[in-house]
Design a protein around this ligand. Structure first.
Ligand code: NAI
Length: 336
């Protein structure tokens, strides 16, 4: 098996689909991922039901034509359970509604590596455990499927109890729409998914917010107007275009879309933001992810009622840049 799979041959399809075509698939959670994955699997010909608490998501699932059960009922009926509720509520919901109701020889599918990698969910012994972690937001998954396009996903077998878990995984990945044109499945692991997902958040994604803020402070100190700075940094949408060019042309190859002055500036000034000291910070964050320190910290934070988290949010939104952004966005008609 190669590391990347872009499509299945007809022969492979026939073999792997046999393992799921007569099964009942319960999608637990009908939010960002749940709705799109449920609709795609239904359109691919699978028998899909939804397990949800009674809320507006359950109503939407009913409106979309699905039979909606309580999570416990859906777990009893299902041969395959897609766990598409937020990561932080999964351990509790597993304990309360899923674990004791699952059939023997059934299959659990996660969309992220987090809970299984850290051993935070209690899963019955006689079940398969799979991961299909889309690298795509929920509505993108549905939108692309309807356009006949695929998307990337990291896939893994955590436990093969029935000796056909890999075939089930490939068939379910196909049913969600990954193997349509431009899509790709990457053979991965719960560990790798957790590492790359969290490390993004703990390195550049987090850093970007605070570098933008530092830039704002420096530029406005030097007389630049808040509006010019905010538009320059992100409000103009140029950033979106750069991200698109990175996706389509490549990280450094997209540089040629910028002026030569800009290219020279980026190539000479950029590297100081990735020196050995910064790499050491990234390495330490990676270690905190792999040894469970971050996960433990986050569990404690939740148990304490998000006190520190809420404080950080408050601090972040008290910054003068937030008020200036609000004024600008009102003028631009983006907020009321
Ligand atoms: P979401 O936040 O959209 O989930 C909403 C659903 O969870 C609703 O059906 C709601 O009824 C249910 N729910 C919320 N709290 C609940 C509780 N306490 N008990 C029972 N049900 C509850 O979730 P989302 O964003 O779709 O994430 C689902 C999984 O997909 C997660 O494992 C996430 O890591 C993964 N994932 C999400 C991506 C995204 O684009 N949001 C991308 C890739 C993976």
């Amino acid at each position: 098996m190669t590391h990347l799979i872009t499509s299945l041959t007809n022969e492979q399809k026939q073999k792997v689909w046999k393992t799921i075509k007569d099964k009942t698939i319960a999608v637990i959670g009908y939010g960002n991922q749940g709705r799109s994955q449920a609709l795609n699997m239904h359109d691919s010909g699978l028998n899909v039901i939804v397990g949800n608490v009674r809320d507006s998501y359950a109503e939407l699932a009913e409106k979309d034509g699905f039979k909606v059960y309580s999570i416990a009922e859906a777990a009893k009926k299902a041969d395959v359970l897609f766990i598409l509720i937020p990561d932080e509520v999964q351990p509790e919901v597993f304990e309360k509604d899923i674990n004791k109701n699952m059939k023997e020889n059934s299959t659990v599918v996660f969309a992220s590596g987090y809970n299984y990698f850290y051993g935070l969910v209690n899963i019955p012994e006689k079940t398969n455990v799979l991961m299909i972690a889309p690298r795509m937001i929920g509505f993108g998954i549905r939108d692309l499927f309807l356009k006949g396009q695929g998307f990337p996903a990291l896939i893994a077998v955590g436990k093969d109890y029935t000796n056909d878990a890999e075939d089930q995984l490939l068939a379910l990945t196909d049913a969600i729409g990954v193997f349509k044109p431009n899509g790709v499945a990457i053979w991965s692991s719960f560990r790798e998914e957790t590492l790359v997902d969290l490390l993004t958040e703990h390195s550049w994604a987090g850093a970007l917010l605070y570098i933008f803020r530092a830039y704002y402070e420096v530029a406005t100190e030097l007389g630049a107007s808040p509006e010019a700075v905010i538009l320059e940094l992100y409000a103009s949408g140029e950033l979106e275009e750069i991200a698109r060019s990175m996706k389509e042309q490549g990280l450094f190859k997209q540089l040629k879309n910028h002026s030569r002055t800009s290219q020279y500036g980026q190539l000479t000034r950029g590297p100081k933001y990735a020196d050995e000291k910064i790499k050491e910070i990234i390495r330490n964050e990676a270690m905190d992810i792999l040894n469970g320190a971050f996960a433990k910290e986050w569990t404690l934070e939740r148990q304490a009622g998000f006190i520190h988290f809420n404080k950080l949010y408050e601090l972040a939104t008290e910054h003068p840049m937030e008020k200036e952004e609000e004024k600008l966005y009102k003028i631009l008609g983006r907020i009321k």
